[in-house]
Ligand binder design. Structure first.
Ligand code: SF4
Length: 432
């Protein structure tokens, strides 16, 4: 990725921040405990200069089979003709897949019986094998562990909330961003997922919902339900797999039967701050919700907490986020995991508020995310009064701020926590 020249507006912001001083409470920070981010129980891979290794390119591995969801409607027609059937069959097949959420030839009785099996195998090859399913929150949160065609393992988490059903999807097997708190990043990047592998996570979730497999539906509610919201907060850094993620978003928003007919506003693309890709996303003309996982407002801490910060600094990431708002009119979310004595200091709340306000009003919302309490770990939850103070300071500074729900954390499904355990690997091996 190549960086574009900074805009005139960015220059103005730079001027603002050059004169900005740390809030008056900052000197006290030197007396406050400061825990530095380090890995626990594993060793971060380093590059030749001793910095955490960043992997942007996907290692070369066998590609997953081409699937209907990888193709444009025209390409689907071509492929159907190659398989010896008339082009109109492509639309029939798309209807089965995107509307009825099925890849089972037995359910496709409108297709010619003699060629059905072979045709469906050619257009809808199996992509995800379910290895394990964990349920919590009385069945209205479900984590799926999937095995891909080459044995790589990925996960998705399905969550029912009042008035919406959200699926947290993976975009890469593993991740190359090497964040020291993240289970997914430990093993590095296995490979990028294909467009269809991303879409298949949604189709499988929709099928489970249609079959009544997601808890929490009221007995007198007979409405047809399906996934309404997508968050790209599962395994992987979505903007490091830019093309396939954007192709998947296009399939999500394409009207049925050629796509899933979802609203772009219900789709959240998050990133740890790949600035050139954020700018590209702003130019796409698809008004998805954009979330920046910031977790620290100062480069000194963020360089250690989010290694990609060594490439693109806090101010560059915030400028790009503001640029996204200007291009799309969509309010940006700033994700901020509150970690005890590491990034939860009051002066950091003030500094974050200053940096956001320096870029204008009304363009951003902050979501602090309480971490799981983990006794004995440096990666543990902030004290409740500290969380409240952090939120209060931002709100008082005019930045809308709400503590985020951390649904799924009981099953290690909270974002940045998706990783296959050795037990999962064993279960997958036993099925292979
Ligand atoms: S936190 Fe996100 S970007 Fe960082 S290693 Fe984990 S999955 Fe990758």
């Amino acid at each position: 990725m190549t960086e574009k020249p900074a805009s005139v507006r960015a220059t103005r912001i730079t001027a603002l921040r050059d004169t900005q001083v740390r809030p008056a409470t900052a000197p006290a920070a030197s007396a406050a405990p400061q825990v530095r981010p380090t890995t626990e129980g594993w060793t971060q891979q380093k590059d030749d200069e001793g910095r955490p290794l960043l992997q942007f390119a996907s290692p070369k591995r066998g590609k997953p089979p081409v699937h209907l969801a990888d193709l444009t409607p025209d390409e689907r027609v071509e492929k159907v003709k190659e398989l010896g059937l008339p082009g109109f069959r492509a639309k029939q097949l798309a209807t089965h897949y995107f509307t009825h959420y099925t890849s089972d030839p037995a359910e496709m009785t409108d297709l010619p019986a003699a060629q059905r099996e072979e045709f469906v195998a050619g257009m809808l090859p199996p992509l995800l094998t379910e290895v394990r399913r964990l349920e919590t929150d009385r069945g209205d949160t479900i984590k799926f562990l999937w095995r891909l065609h080459d044995g790589a393992l990925v996960e998705s988490v399905l969550m029912r909330y009042p008035g919406r059903i959200t699926l947290c999807v993976s975009s890469q097997a593993g991740c190359g961003m090497n964040c020291p708190f993240c289970a997914t990043g430990q093993a590095g990047l296995t490979r990028n997922m294909s467009t269809a592998e991303i879409i298949e996570q949604i189709v499988r979730a929709n099928r489970l919902i249609a079959d009544g497999g997601l808890g929490g539906k009221k007995a007198d509610d007979h409405s047809m339900e399906r996934v309404s919201n997508i968050v790209f907060m599962g395994m992987g850094e979505p903007l490091a797999n830019y093309k396939r993620v954007m192709d998947a978003v296009r399939v999500m928003v394409a009207p049925q039967p050629q796509g899933l007919g979802m609203s772009a506003r219900g789709i959240t693309v998050s990133t740890v701050g790949l600035v050139p890709a954020i700018r590209k996303l702003a130019d796409e003309d698809i008004p998805v919700t954009f979330a920046l996982s910031l977790h620290a407002p100062d480069d000194e801490l963020r360089d250690e907490l989010i290694p990609v910060n060594s490439r693109w600094k806090v101010d560059e990431a915030l400028d790009a986020a503001r640029g996204y708002f200007e291009k799309t009119g969509r309010r940006v979310s700033i994700e901020y995991a509150l970690i005890k004595d590491m990034n939860d200091h009051a002066w950091r709340a003030d500094l974050l508020a200053d940096k956001l306000n320096a870029r204008g009003r009304g363009w951003v919302h902050v979501n602090p995310i309480p971490l799981n309490p983990t006794p004995g770990s440096i990666w543990t939850a902030s004290e409740k009064p500290v969380q409240d103070e952090f939120v209060r300071r931002l709100n008082d500074a005019g930045i809308p701020t709400t503590l985020r729900d951390t649904r799924g954390k009981e099953i290690d499904g909270a974002c940045g926590q998706l990783v296959a355990t050795t037990e999962d690997e064993a279960a997958a091996a036993a099925m292979a």
